[in-house]
Design a protein around this ligand. Sequence first.
Ligand SMILES: Cc1cc2nc3c(=O)[nH]c(=O)nc-3n(C[C@H](O)[C@H](O)[C@H](O)COP(=O)(O)OP(=O)(O)OC[C@H]3O[C@@H](n4cnc5c(N)ncnc54)[C@H](O)[C@@H]3O)c2cc1C
Length: 390
Amino acid sequence: MIRSPEKFREKQNIDVRTGHEVLEIDTAGQRVRVRRLETAEEWWEGFDQLLIATGAMPFRPDVPGATARGIYGVHSLQSGAIVRQVLDETKPKRGVIVGGGYIGLEMAEALVRQGIEVALVDRNTQVMGTLDPDMGALVSAALAKIGVAVHLDEELQGFEVADGTVRGVMTDKRTLPADIVILGMGVRPNTGLAQLAGIPLGEKGSVRVNDRMQTGSDGIWAAGDCAESFHLVSRRPFYVALGTVANKQGRVAGINLGGEHATFPGVVGTAVTKVCELEVARTGLQEKELAQLGLAYVTVTIKSQTRAGYYPGVGPITVKLLAEKGSGRLLGGQIVGTEGSAKRIDIVAVALHAGFSVAQLIDLDLGYAPPFSPVWDPVHIAARELVKLV
Ligand SMILES: Cc1cc2nc3c(=O)[nH]c(=O)nc-3n(C[C@H](O)[C@H](O)[C@H](O)COP(=O)(O)OP(=O)(O)OC[C@H]3O[C@@H](n4cnc5c(N)ncnc54)[C@H](O)[C@@H]3O)c2cc1C
């Protein structure tokens, strides 16, 4: 979409070959087995340095009826275009989304905007499992407000199918009628090739890398959705499948395999999304992760406004901050609110990278004018409250 193989060749002398699949990596022989998909022709291609950037695969449930027509995932531009075409051609009346992560939420909004009656099923007791339950509840409430029937704590059991086409989604509690089903059940790192080649894997089966994006196999690098990250707050290996991380890892891997030196220190788990008017953001560690790590923590949740109270377009914003009890080290933050809310999470993300305490967050010289925030930014207000509990 962005740049054609020809442009890659002309501008950067990169020989891009679309429609070719790598079937095998021979680490000792420094070569990969390639198939040209159009002709099924196969050969071995040699390398001095190899970057594995095979991305992630969407999870497809192994339940009755899962291969029926009318069940779609949105994992690529093409799969999104197919859903769009199906909506235009078949004009479905009822849609069911399985999975309440960011892709499920964004697709719920997309279907609602098409005038489709939407239900969403998730086996967790909340949508957006990367938020704490209290913040996730705000998102569930917003979904209900736009007319989405949210069914939480319900496990997908299978699909009702007639003439090869999906007619309903069966959970352990009910059957939801459906003309179209969208799966947003998460992704797994696509690391089958790496595993077969004996390249060491790490968190959730992603390719283990060091901070230069080097794998455990000489001359082989990995980056993006197939590669492991390091969490700068928990100081542990971490798996995240986001384009923002993939880009940074790819840049560092490219510099290194080109013979220079670069490092990617790690991530703090920042993510943003939106459902209709509501913006949702998170960074750092959530309560369940802190409990698993055995860290004593305090939290605060405040309600404020996105702009000065008298300014047109002002809306509600809820900010939650988490900090280590005693030391006051900032551990994470979550934000749910109307326009102008989500990107405030970047303040917290920078503070996490810097290892700030909550008190240091209060001192930050953030911008203020009535169209953008109250005099005390909502993040500042939350920090002021949290410091009292530390
Ligand atoms: C619907 C959707 C919305 C998203 N929204 C956001 C967002 O708002 N913000 C964000 O940060 N991220 C978002 N992401 C995530 C983002 O798209 C990914 O993190 C990013 O594309 C990962 O880049 P990558 O290069 O590692 O993998 P990919 O982009 O998946 O590329 C991997 C490539 O490798 C190819 N490949 C795999 N195996 C082989 C093989 N054996 N031989 C040859 N080629 C192979 C694949 O065909 C593919 O082209 C979204 C993802 C989806 C699906």
